[in-house]
Design a binder for this molecule. Sequence first.
Ligand SMILES: [Zn+2]
Length: 66
Amino acid sequence: MAPARPGPPESITCIDCGGECHRLGDEPEMGWEPGDLVVYRCRDCRDRWDIVVDADDLDGPDEPSF
Ligand SMILES: [Zn+2]
């Protein structure tokens, strides 16, 4: 089943060491909303990254931005 709309990625690249940071926790039942806090943990340096979802993250591919 495809998600209703895209949200924050499952993983991001660590700003410090370039390692892979995996998202902690699951997608909210009601889907992502702007202002939601997403936490990532780097598997290499164990740094924690808190990312706040903004509306741009939720723009779907059906809304081309160009
Ligand atoms: Zn790192």
